[in-house]
Design a protein around this ligand. Structure first.
Ligand SMILES: C[S@@+](CC[C@H](N)C(=O)[O-])C[C@H]1O[C@@H](n2cnc3c(N)ncnc32)[C@H](O)[C@@H]1O
Length: 320
């Protein structure tokens, strides 16, 4: 028997239906796009872990530095008994929080990637056999049914993943987080900060090509799940900074004129040579934009911590 609970809150075919709907919608729009959550099959989750160790990818190191410095303050400010983590991935940095929360009873990691969740739960329970782990395979942009665990709850959303949501999706998401909070609960939010363009672009276009492989992995997911015949070698990885929207955009650029068949959708898609398809945005923030987006969702910024170099921020917010 598994030493932890693993709950799938959506039926298997809901994920399948969501992928079909997203691919059909995204590839019949102009410009074409695919949502970033489909990067994260088992291979995509592994590639993301490789990205976090790259010299160019500073966000993970910067956020870890803040967690190591501030975890005792976070513990004192929240008294959390349950830690809910949205988009938890490997939960690798989360151990700094788990170590610092003396009253913690339950950890509820939530992710679309079942392989990331089981890997994380196995590793955590080997070190902390007394922790109650209720892993949820779920989409954090949809309504979540959380297990009945003791409060107060701390809802963590780390890694700057909030930046992968478009502005209207972010507003809806923050409103749904606000709806999860009862008095005494709090949100711990990791946001990457606006900085020099060259530093940002390097973080999403590393010299060894790991981010390029991660980006192209979405094509492998569509090939496997929907029988498509994308060849990742037909596309180049592109990362660019949009200074107006203050986000990094990852794209896949067709190297030549292409016709791609997606039999499961009964769809044929054409790309012109040079045509670009958006696969991810990664918005960057300032204290002012974080405060204002939280306020827009009915939350108040209670603490703002950055790493020493001011690259990344952790915010602690409560419901108003
Ligand atoms: C950028 S990674 C961050 C992982 C980890 N929190 C960290 O800080 O290193 C994003 C994580 O969110 C998950 N994810 C992306 N979109 C999701 C969604 N809509 N619902 C649930 N999980 C999602 C991915 O599987 C991945 O583990």
């Amino acid at each position: 028997m598994s030493p932890y609970e693993l709950t799938r809150t959506l039926p298997e075919d809901a994920t399948d239906a969501a992928l079909r709907a997203d691919v059909l919608h995204g590839l019949t729009q102009s410009p074409k796009s695919l949502p970033p959550k489909w990067f994260y099959d088992a291979r995509g989750s592994e590639l993301f872990e490789e990205i976090t160790a790259l010299d160019e990818y500073y966000p993970t190191r910067a956020e870890r530095e803040i967690l190591l410095d501030r975890a005792p303050e976070i513990a004192a400010a929240t008294g959390a008994r349950t830690l809910v983590e949205l988009g938890s991935g490997s939960s690798e940095k989360t151990r700094h929080l788990l170590d610092a929360l003396p009253l913690l009873h339950s950890y509820v990691p939530v992710d679309v990637s079942g392989s990331a969740l089981t890997g994380a739960a196995d590793t955590l329970l080997a070190e902390r056999p007394d922790l109650h782990v209720h892993a949820l395979i779920a989409d954090f942009t949809k309504e979540l049914t959380l297990p009945d665990t003791p409060g107060p709850r701390l809802v963590a959303f780390l890694g700057g993943t909030i930046g992968n949501l478009l502005p209207d999706e972010r507003a809806d998401f923050l409103a749904s987080v606000r709806a999860m909070l009862v008095p005494g609960d709090a949100l711990l939010l990791g946001t990457d900060l606006v900085k020099d363009e060259s530093v940002l672009v390097r973080a999403y276009d590393d010299a060894s090509g790991v981010t390029a492989a991660f980006n192209k992995n979405v094509l492998a997911v569509v090939d496997r799940e929907l029988g498509a015949d994308f060849d990742p070698a037909d596309f180049d990885h592109v990362a660019l900074w949009d200074s107006g929207r203050r986000w990094i955009e990852m794209r896949l650029r067709a190297r030549r004129d292409l016709t791609v068949k997606i039999p499961e959708l009964d769809l044929v898609v054409t790309f012109e040579a040079g045509e670009e398809m958006r696969t991810e945005v990664s918005a960057k923030f300032t204290q002012t934009t974080v405060r204002s987006e939280l306020a827009g969702a009915g939350m108040e910024l209670a603490h703002w911590w950055t790493d020493e170099a001011g690259r990344f921020a952790l915010s602690l917010a409560t419901a108003v």
